[in-house]
Ligand binder design. Structure first.
Ligand code: PLP
Length: 422
């Protein structure tokens, strides 16, 4: 459920018509609903608690939407943060997430990043390989601070909506095998600078089938039992993120309560704290990308292009993952539904949001909304083609605030310096 609905024939976010935001801020612009973020977080937490999962750590995956106001909205509800870089840890801290609710994941952490994570005291560093474990131990020793770690295990389960976002097969770059996890966990316990507290997995993103999750979770539970059986202490099991959302043309994703049932089933009797790293399921349907129709270009051979002022640099998912976003008119017109190719102004054929999509009537100047763009939208945006970084607006009830302004051209140029010989 989300809070983007037609009100008096006008697409609105909560109590604010999207057209009012376009008027004030211009387009393209990302628009987020506070009520939707809050709802998605609490629905997931309540579903887990209803299944008897006590006091879970729900660490929002910052890469899905790293806007500080969004992170603060979630932090105020008690969310933690799953981070994959020093920049994301800094964002989480700046948004008020306490370090003991910050998980540091990622395949290639630098020593500088590890030192930063240790100095602020994140709750766990998820170790992705043996060389990384050694590096963490060395950094911990040099700082005189013991590192709290968990091992990210690759459970060798196929899942995820697209090959580029599947992470849980042994051929992917993520995590260690079960056998390695057992060996490394025991080694780490004997290292004075490491404190292993648990194991973690994250098998992919946009998962719409619970079967691979159930398989991965029960394999992880088996690992916890084996580790405990060897006399090792395991406090936490981190089950990652990955739950899919409805993008309209895809299989209906499982509900949070079905997901919670699978979690509870797999982890019954384990006596560990559970952690989760949801990104998309919290953020995707809490945001839209609002754009304006520049032209409708009809080719003599029949193709009809809807040329927008938003482009692949603002919303990369269609170009990168062939992702589908529902496209809606902000003030729907009467008129025939016809097929369009929806494109942006960037000089790449990949700058095509969709082809042959049946859409309602549009005219130049109309506003269009890309739905479900709150996750992996603004956080993946760039200034390619020297287009100003797309701004972000947060709505709450009848109020809205610009939470990342559109940079001016002067600001963009001022970020660069010249070389002494020029
Ligand atoms: C990307 C990522 C997530 C979030 O995935 P979603 O599909 O957005 O829920 C969680 N954990 C890790 C380690 C990730 O890399």
């Amino acid at each position: 459920m989300n809070h983007f609905e037609l009100r008096d024939g006008e697409l609105s976010c909560e109590d604010v018509p999207l057209a009012a935001i376009a008027e004030a801020v211009g387009t393209p612009v990302y628009i987020y609903s506070t009520a939707t973020f809050e709802r998605h977080y609490t629905v997931l937490r309540d579903a887990l608690e209803a299944e008897g999962v006590r006091d879970p750590l729900i660490a929002f995956a910052v890469k899905a939407n790293s806007n500080l106001a969004v992170l603060r909205t979630l932090a105020q509800l008690g969310a933690g943060a799953d981070t994959v870089s020093e920049g994301e840890i800094r964002r989480a801290l700046a948004a008020g997430v306490p370090p003991e609710r910050i998980v540091f994941s990622g395949v290639g952490k630098t020593r500088t990043e590890i030192a930063f994570a240790l100095s602020v005291g994140v709750c766990e560093i998820n170790v992705e390989s043996e060389p990384e474990m050694i590096a963490i131990a060395q950094v911990a020793e040099s700082l005189g601070r013991r590192a709290t770690i968990a091992f990210r295990v690759n459970p060798d389960v196929a899942a995820g909506g697209h090959a580029k976002i599947a992470t849980g097969k042994s051929e992917n770059k993520f995590g260690v095998s079960f056998a390695e996890a057992e060996r490394l966990y025991a080694n780490a316990t004997n290292n004075a600078w490491l404190k292993p507290v648990g194991v973690a997995c994250h098998i992919g993103s946009q998962i719409t089938d619970l079967a691979p999750m159930a398989e991965a979770f029960s394999k992880m539970a088996g690992l916890v039992r084996r580790l405990k059986g060897e006399g090792l202490e395991v406090e936490r099991l981190d089950l990652g993120g990955g739950l899919g959302v409805p993008y309209f043309n895809q299989p209906e994703p499982p509900s949070p309560s079905e997901y919670a049932k699978v979690v509870a089933e797999a982890t019954r009797g384990l006596d560990v704290t559970l952690a989760f790293e949801p990104g998309r399921v919290i953020a995707a349907n809490a945001g839209v990308l609002l754009a304006k129709v520049l032209h409708i270009h009809e080719r003599p051979e029949g193709r009809r292009f809807l040329v927008l002022d938003a482009a692949m640099n603002d919303l990369l998912r269609p170009a990168m993952y062939d992702a589908y976003h529902d496209i809606r008119a902000v003030s729907p017109r009467q008129g025939p539904v016809r097929p369009y190719d929806v494109v942006g102004p960037v000089c790449e054929t990949g700058d095509t949001f969709t082809r042959d999509r049946d859409l309602p009537a549009f005219e130049a100047g109309d506003l269009v909304a890309f739905m479900s763009a709150g996750a992996y939208g603004a956080s993946m945006a760039s200034e390619y083609n020297s287009r100003p970084l797309v701004p972000e607006v947060l709505v709450k009830g009848s109020e809205f605030a610009v939470v990342r302004p559109r940079p001016t051209y002067e600001e963009m140029l001022a970020r660069e310096t010249t070389a002494p010989w020029l």
